[in-house]
Design a binder for this molecule. Structure first.
Ligand code: GUN
Length: 285
């Protein structure tokens, strides 16, 4: 068994990004600007946003955070997003989720133009991904997983990939990205009967459910590649969806939690912001 080191892959990608971002500035005078919008005082969201800011600074992306009041109205928030959508100096817009309950996140996200949607959440970007259109912005966590698999030379073509979880942010785009890589894809979810019969068939097993240790060693075959996107905090400790200790005895490759998928998510946000700026330069060339 070999551990997939997400920290190491993430670090080397960020080094390369730093160089590419500097080159964009040198060659074309292009700086990258990311607007991050956060509403309210959710402590987890505040930590995410701080980490994003720090990561942007490290690779040379100029990001700024717009902190809005918990009680902001839908119209006021939408006006704020519209302002950055119309600003040609802004390359990327990120609205930190979840939004407070009185706000409709779908309508807010619809205001972000596809080319500035560095999260890859928009209807347009998901549609483009489904059509294997190269101009799609890929959602960060599944995109990071593809990069991890490629960094470890995992053969994808013709393999049976089983995705457990069907969220809009991870499971669904993950399935589409694996299909684009020529995997045979099965998607399982909370209503799937005989989950273990299906997971046992997986050459590559991706878990993104949010249930501590849902996947046990009897549910995988020998030699499987396991990617765990679960982040379950129990009594202050972080656990994945996979029982790492036991499953790692059967897997040929496996991501730990923490230190596997997690570090890649922000890296892919940086990468998407770089791509957004680069595409803009290329269009105007
Ligand atoms: N909340 C938790 N993760 C994310 C993310 O990747 N993007 C956004 N916009 N909100 C989040």
């Amino acid at each position: 068994m070999k551990i997939i080191d997400g920290k190491a892959v993430s670090l080397s990608m960020r080094e390369e990004l730093k160089e590419n971002i500097a080159e964009l500035k040198e060659k074309y005078g292009k700086t990258l600007n990311l607007a991050v919008i956060i509403v309210g005082n959710d402590p987890a969201s505040e930590i995410y946003v701080k980490n994003k800011e720090k990561a942007c600074l490290e690779v040379g992306i100029s990001s700024f955070t717009v902190k809005l009041d918990e009680n902001i109205s839908q119209a006021e928030l939408e006006n704020e997003v519209k302002k950055y959508a119309a600003d040609s100096d802004i390359d990327g817009i990120l609205v930190q989720l979840p939004l407070p309950k009185h706000l409709d996140s779908k309508s807010v996200l619809r205001l972000i133009p596809d080319e500035k949607d560095v999260d890859g959440f928009s209807d347009g970007n998901i549609g483009k991904l489904a059509k294997f259109d190269d101009s799609a912005v890929f959602s960060c966590t599944p995109f990071g997983i593809i990069k991890l698999l490629k960094a470890y030379n995992v053969e994808l073509c013709g393999k049976h990939a089983v995705v457990v979880g069907r969220s809009n942010i991870v499971g669904k785009p993950m399935a589409l990205m694996l299909l684009k890589e020529d995997c045979t894809v099965t998607v399982c979810h909370s209503k799937t009967s005989n989950l273990s019969d299906i997971t046992r068939q997986a050459d590559i097993l991706i878990c993104a459910v949010g249930k501590k240790h849902l996947i046990t060693e009897d549910m995988v075959k020998d030699g499987v590649v396991v990617v765990d996107a679960g982040m379950n905090r129990v009594d202050g400790k972080l656990y994945g969806d996979v029982d790492f200790e036991k499953v790692s005895e059967k897997a040929s490759l496996i991501t730990p939690v923490p230190g596997g998928v997690g570090p890649m998510t922000i890296t892919m946000l940086l990468y998407n912001t770089y791509l957004a700026g680069k595409r803009k330069v290329e269009v105007n060339k």
